[in-house]
Design a protein around this ligand. Structure first.
Ligand SMILES: Cc1ncc(COP(=O)(O)O)c(C=O)c1O
Length: 368
């Protein structure tokens, strides 16, 4: 069996460091925020190139608080993409603003920057590009449009720790960058976690307050805040894992290159790395018009895979209020019908990849 991810293999490889960090966290008994979270916030901000990081309890909370810090609320509009995990759009909903979609560029699966300007209205306050699968959106045109229209740029970098756009790490390119540390992410906690990074001290201060009941001083609540704090144990674990992130990322990049070599003549569409990108391969996505056939071929060889994501958000029942229908965002819809995510994680072996490629080659010969 080849798993889609193998969190146990990763834990075994760093067990002594993790166990020591958890033991230390228990010894300190600072279970909410505390020194391990503060240390991780500094190190992670530095890693992204931003001045500050604020640890929170999920990537979704990170997005929510970034929107609130930007002053976004009811009556406002935020431009994003429908081809993403639901959390991007849900966070806009939590703020009270309306999500406004533009289609994706099918080459990168990220925001089609040529469509952004026509989606702007007098109510537009922010643009939220998603660095999907670990590949940055095309940030320069987004920043240029934002500057001209006085919009805030919030990066959804939940899948893109360490990804670079023209040599700059994502998260520090827009006004704020939001990360998820969900266990399967490139940098994953052993539970829920997230962070906002920013170089704007006003945003930093507001987010620090909002994550902790709107308070800087105990029992004085300047803002209507939330319980969105990062746990001490997660901060300790993330501090250890951050030291390994670059090696893990390089392993992912080597695996993606190997898949590219193995699959280039297999008849399925292999992912395209944009010339501006350092892709960090959170997900390795191939395209096929016979996804059920490919899935069955992989399943016969006990190879796990995923679909990220089968239904774009504009067609989800929860977002029916936006009044979209099939045909509104054709590239997102086509991608949702065709994408399949192959196993990619640092500990994946050359043998594993050869087996995946053989299963795909055989499927191609038989039925694609
Ligand atoms: C693109 C994207 N945005 C936001 C999130 C939300 O992060 P979390 O699950 O940590 O709340 C995720 C991951 O789940 C994601 O993939």
């Amino acid at each position: 069996m080849i798993p889609y991810v193998d969190l146990k293999a990763q834990y075994r490889a760093i067990k002594p460091e993790i166990d020591a960090a958890i033991a230390q966290a228990l010894e300190n008994s600072q279970f909410i925020l505390g020194p391990a979270v503060a240390a991780f916030e500094k190190e992670f901000a530095q890693y992204t190139g931003a001045a500050a990081g604020i640890g929170v309890n999920s990537g979704t909370s990170a997005l929510h608080l970034a929107l609130l810090a930007a002053g976004i609320g009811p009556g406002d509009e935020v431009i994003t993409v429908p081809f993403t995990f639901v959390a991007t759009v849900a966070a806009i909903g939590y703020s009270g603003a309306k999500p406004v979609f533009v289609d994706i560029d099918p080459a990168s699966f990220t925001m089609d920057v040529t469509q952004v300007e026509s989606a702007i209205t007098p109510r537009t306050k922010a643009i939220m590009p998603v660095h999907l699968y670990g590949q940055p959106a095309d940030m320069d045109p987004i920043l240029e449009i934002a500057r001209r229209h006085h919009l805030i740029v919030i990066e959804d970098a939940a899948q893109a720790h360490g990804a670079e756009y023209k040599g700059r790490r994502v998260g520090s390119i827009g006004d704020m960058g939001c990360f998820s540390f969900y266990p399967g992410k490139n940098l994953g906690a052993y539970g829920e976690g997230g962070a906002v990074v920013t170089s704007n001290p006003a945003y930093e201060r507001t987010i620090r307050m909002l994550r902790d009941w709107g308070s800087e001083k105990k029992y004085i609540h300047q803002l209507k805040g939330y319980n969105y704090r990062m746990e001490g144990i997660q901060g300790a674990i993330l501090g250890v894992k951050l030291r390994h992130l670059e090696a893990w990322t390089e392993a992912r990049r080597a695996h993606a290159a190997e898949y590219g070599r193995l699959l280039h003549d297999s008849g399925i569409g292999v992912p395209h790395t944009m010339p501006y990108a350092r892709h960090v391969w959170h997900v390795y996505v191939v395209r096929t018009q016979d996804r059920p056939g490919l899935l069955a071929a992989l399943q016969r060889q006990e190879i796990q895979s995923g679909i990220h994501y089968p239904i774009p958000i504009h067609l989800q029942p929860a977002w029916a209020e936006l009044n979209h229908s099939r045909g509104d965002f054709p590239h997102a819809e086509k991608a949702a019908d065709e994408v399949l995510s192959l196993p990619i994680f640092p500990e994946l072996t050359a043998d594993n990849m050869q087996s995946v490629a053989s299963a795909i080659q055989n499927a191609g010969a038989n039925r694609l």
